[in-house]
Design a protein around this ligand. Sequence first.
Ligand code: SF4
Ligand code: MG
Length: 336
Amino acid sequence: MTRLLEVKDLKVSFLIPAGEVQAVRGVTFSLDKGESVAIVGESGCGKSVTAHTIMRLLQSPPAVIRGGSVLLEGRNLLDLTEKEMQKLRGNEIGMIFQDPMTSLNPTMKIGKQIAEGVKLHMDVNTEEAKKRALDMENLVGFPNPERRYNQYPHEFSGGMRQRAMIAMSLACEPKILIADEPTTALDVTIQAQILELMKDIQKRLDTAIILITHDLGIVADVCHRVMVMYAGKIVESGSIDDIYHHPQHPYTWGLLKSVPRLDSQEKHRLVPIPGQPPDLIKPPVGCAFMPRCKYALKVCVEHDPPHFQAADGHQAACWLLHPDAQAAREAVGLEA
Ligand code: SF4
Ligand code: MG
């Protein structure tokens, strides 16, 4: 069976005066119909670059794709012309961003913007497009769709604008919705509402979702799987249960410690991971997390860890999972 999306060994660089920044260094993952995955990591880890490459939204130059493929139902998006991509964007893959104002046209009524997108991709007349736009406004929970249809983006609150973006991006029923930090700019209550909405829509439309975030705290409710990225690579991937209850990579342990708990009454202090990610102009030969890792072994300095299988569907790129590292694992307090 063909997978909905298969990203294979994707490598993306940025050419800047100081050199070549290897932003994405061999990313591989797949996504099935109706599935939702999160890509989690600190800013600069390559998660947004991965998403923008899938959508072919990177400016080239300075961006260059150094290798790999992005197969949408078997078709390599990296081989398509810009014209073919335009047909596909919004129609087969939709995307929402942190700041809806970057995607909304400030001079056009919200309803019209949704309807325009529908007309662009679907074979419908103006009236049908309007009806579709109103349906979408309903779907994303606009209180008064008819009135909202005729309002401009500046008349909307941040949360309502994000709902409008979601309506726009889903109007043509894309198979995949990519959400890049969709709730970062919103306050906690609105954030929870938007995530709830995404979850609800996913169930109703069976849309696959790629949720990109620096915040592990928001993914458990929305996603089935999590991929943790560090310094341009996926360092751990697994189910929600694997990542939250049996994390294997020291970087994931660090991220989990810095999760502010939404379910808790008291405010937990964020515990940042000490140190900085490496310079990706000269990526380290060994494990990129080594300078920040309390558990580093001798091998970590010289050799980049491969992905080890921790459990079915759960992998981590850390030498602690090597069968010979048993003693080191026990010393760290991991189960054998
Ligand atoms: Fe730490 Fe080594 Fe694992 Fe890297 S491979 S995370 S340095 S223990
Ligand atoms: Mg980003």
